[in-house]
Design a protein around this ligand. Structure first.
Ligand code: ZN
Length: 375
């Protein structure tokens, strides 16, 4: 049986240069559909059971984040349910996977995918709860539904918590996080969920970039926009996803905002705040610090040692989701970053950081959120 490589499925993305022999499979990582961003890959290999495969990504050195390949191990799965890491190396230009598939069909991906079907199932399951209403905010560039879950009663005296994920669609760990958060919040036996449903209302957008997710993009939507640079002047033509959510936020108000992402380089979970804003106050800084401390109490997977360095204020700052929301509402507003690689403080060589780990982190976030709302 000849070997075959394909990617015509949800979030599939790769370009085949040469795939005649299992020991010399040459690929290029495909660009985002409408932008020069090279990073996300997801493909299927058939016909190589028992054969030692050498899979080379020839353009890895031209990726958006070449440092993302340093110390990185690619993910693989036979059933798309159980994902594991496979030996991967990077020489500065070419990234190479060496793996002998144990089955006739194997999938390889940059990170454990979160499928569009699973996204729809997540919405379906959530709306079955008595605490949840499912809202349609409008449509994406490609015409997909922009859905938002409202969890808890919308009272004027309730704190408003906004959580959005996957502005960058290839950062699938962000939606795994939301799934875990929702499961905890809606679990009648979870004490933090119970308290939060009495004190707060949650506005949750599990997938901010449906088109990019299905198209297999890392960072952009179907108009080529990086949504996390659109918050200052979103438009229905270029960035309806941000436009629709920002309009809704202006309507509801916001007391706490979390924007969930994945980071290609750093093997840690961390937050980035709004410290670059000129109007950033010591009180805002103290709120960020308290949230970090409380999150560390809730889960050992969170840490505050490694993160982005402080950067000076530029015009770009207000185009980004979390500083923009601090600017609009003066509230605690954080970008939460989960790793593509692993948590170096507690690594797992079999799976690395994965969907399950992301979901547990999502469950753990309820504790610091509750503490933050109580001040
Ligand atoms: Zn991101």
């Amino acid at each position: 049986m000849p070997i075959k490589i394909s990617c015509q499925f949800d979030a599939g993305a790769i370009e085949v240069v040469s795939a005649d022999n299992a020991n010399a499979i040459d690929l290029n990582i495909r660009k985002d559909s409408h932008a020069d961003i090279v990073q996300w890959f997801y493909f299927r290999l058939q016909g190589a059971q028992g054969e030692p495969c050498t899979i080379r990504f020839l353009n890895a050195g031209q990726a958006a984040y070449p440092k993302g390949w340093e110390g990185y191990q690619a993910m693989a799965s036979y059933d798309r349910l159980n994902w594991f890491r496979v030996p991967t190396s990077f020489d500065g230009q070419v990234m190479t996977i060496n793996h002998t598939p144990g089955m006739d069909s194997v999938y390889y991906a940059y990170f454990e995918p979160y499928s569009w079907e699973r996204h729809l199932e997540l919405l379906d399951r959530a709306q079955m709860s008595e605490h949840v209403r499912l809202f349609d905010l409008g449509s994406t560039v490609d015409g997909r539904d922009m859905n938002m879950l409202v969890i808890g009663e919308e009272h004027a005296n309730r704190k408003k918590v906004w959580v959005i994920a996957r502005q960058h669609p290839g950062e699938t760990m962000a939606e795994w996080f939301v799934e875990g958060m929702l499961d905890a919040l809606l679990d009648p036996a979870n004490p933090f969920g119970r308290q939060l449903l009495k004190e707060a209302v949650f506005y949750v957008v599990p997938n901010m970039n449906p088109d990019g997710s299905v198209r297999g993009n890392l960072r952009t939507n179907a108009a080529g926009a990086n949504l996390n640079r659109e918050w200052n002047s979103p438009s229905m033509e270029r960035s309806p996803e941000v436009y629709l959510v920002r309009e809704k936020m202006k309507e509801t108000g916001c007391d706490l905002f979390l924007d969930v992402h994945g980071d290609e380089g750093l093997p840690y979970v961390f937050t980035a705040g709004s410290g670059a804003l000129p109007a950033f106050t010591p009180e805002m800084a103290a709120r960020e610090k308290k949230f970090q401390k409380d999150f560390m109490i809730a889960t050992p997977d969170f840490q505050d040692v490694h993160g982005y360095p402080d950067a000076p204020y530029t015009d770009e700052v207000l185009t980004m989701g979390s500083p923009h929301i601090t600017h609009l509402f003066g509230c605690l507003s954080l970008t939460l970053e989960l790793p593509f690689k692993d948590n170096a403080n507690d690594p797992d060589p079999q799976t690395g950081w994965d969907g399950a780990r992301s979901a547990r982190l999502g469950g753990a976030v309820l504790q610091p959120v509750l503490q933050a709302l109580r001040g």
